[in-house]
Design a protein around this ligand. Sequence first.
Ligand code: ZN
Length: 705
Amino acid sequence: MVSNSWIEADADAFVKTWSPRCGADVALLAYATRLVGSEPDLAMHGGGNTSLKTTIRTLTGEERSALFVKASGAAMGTIDPSGFVCLDHLYLKKLRTVDSLTDEMMADEFRIHLLLPGDSLPSIETLMHAFVDRTAVVHTHPSAILALSNRDSGEETIARALGSDVGMVPYANAGLSLGRAVADLLDTQKGMRGIVVCHHGLITYGTSIKQAYDNTMEMVNRAEEYIRNNRRRLIHIDKDLSVETAQARYARLAPVLRGLLSPASGDPDSPHLAMSLVPLITPDVLGLLDSNPGRGIALSQPLTPDYLVRMKSHPLFVDNPNYDDGKILREQLARDIAAFSDRYEAYGKRYASRLPEFNAAGFDLLPRVVLLPGLGAVCAGRDIDMAMVVRDITNQAFTVKRAIYETGGTYHGLAEEHLFDMEFRGFQVAKMESDPARRLRGKIALVTGSAGAIGSGICEALLSEGCNVTVTDLPGESFDAYADALRARYANCILAAPLDVTDPASVAAAFQKTVEAFGGIDIVVANAGLAHVSSLADMNLDAFRKLERVNIEGTLLVTAEAGRLFRLQNTGGDIVLVSTKNVFSPGAQFGAYSATKAAAHQIGRIASLEFADMGVRVNMVAPDAVFSHGSTKSGLWKEVGPGRMKSRGLDEKGLEEYYRTRNLLKAKVTAQHVARAVLFFVTHQTPTTGATIPVDGGLPDATPR
Ligand code: ZN
């Protein structure tokens, strides 16, 4: 249930903070927009926008009518006044009379008629805001309203639930058509407090943004009340079906499904586009998918066409999945996905002529939502945020459709051609274009020893390329603090898993957590390692064995677990071992380290032989000493730094200088350098496996041969 959360004192404080920069009315618009955006049942994932008509004064003292509209793509829940675009209202409202307007023309009109400079385009629904002749407009996509409008005889249900002072217009294309339909209705029927657009959402307005917001809340509350009063529980949850069972099934199935849902890239060096997977497993969803009417409800048309570019127009429903036999299930999924692709291709062909910009070759034919009775919904996206959008919209659709069914309604979906139009319209497709700077978008990496100097450098490099990263290290406060700091910067792309690489169960658990969070794994960086300084004659056997366990067994366990997962997923993969120059050029007093790292290095080379048939590359980077990354000191430093400083009579800087000047290039080796070598391998710049890149400034003794 949504509730009116306008608090006068908060609004005043917000206005006080922002009004010096933008004026009180625009500050208040931003405050109201935040309230709307913080309520998923009103406006999930950008599903809504707001506007205000006011005047601004030019440098020459002229008053101009201005329309402030939310910028396209600005997140409502955290918006501030800079998230609005200021347009020439006097001009924009004249567009109501033009015959037609392509998306490109509309975008150009917006760019030409800005009153304040800015790079953002305003919302696609800007013309509706311009044409509605009211000071403030709030537009949302409330679940409860869609549950009334998207049914046979939706108009009567809206009138019964919301009262006769609310109008309804049929679905219209966002842009000129929608703006015109809403404004025409408002012109002919004065005194209406709001307008419902079928298969889309609600529009309210007022003489102030507060009044428009209050109207939204009142109407949504009326809709919710109607549903409450008219609902009978018809879909029950099977007691035998537990969320835990479903989650366990998902954990086993996710890598397989991820492999099957990863589109071909057309690039022989990296043949698969990486997808992130997120499950939707709740008692309600399990109950729905398992119920008699559930299949029909789940497969019915989408609620609104807004998210089709991410979700596609239909999900895949897998009938009677066999969870007891992994091989049979894989074959069944492959068959069902192939049949889905055929249907999807035919759908594209049916409507291709509607859109001149439609390019069938530019789209893959794989589903984004797979519905599995007994497991839930598996939602796929090109990155983790997109997969989460798909999950949340899928959940909203289930909730609304179920409410329609349980209030005695018959769901009424949009005509298929409207779905096609929104799925493939140029401006929608443009939203999906990837940023070429994020070369690892959607990929999933697990890095051992993440909290150390080299580990943290590698994690940051992977994250900055758009990779999802599971950071792992021994549990403890410093690991928690490290993970929290990264999460604050990279949000959903970060998973923290405590990991002891010497413990097989701990290794398996970290991989499993990664699969549950992201759907699978593409890149494993085996970086955790220990150093110990001692001559062979004085070697403490326990200390030696400790290094054996971390450096050799840890590498073996992580490499083996990666190999098993890559086999299931069947989309290739990368393993990068952080080796050392000591493998090629061992140092006196470094016997334990050099010998155990040499064994680990050899495991990497063997893995490159054994995993090549899966398209998995295994490579090594061999750095010279890296003592720190930012404020993080390396384990190596802690082990050897103080002793070396003492024996050579050097301070910290002096020791770094010693290492710098011993290489040919006189280069200080940093964690970023090591990270770049890792990126070289995992971005598949060359067809290389079983190879080593030295990152040491040039040490002739340590050149691999
Ligand atoms: Zn909308």
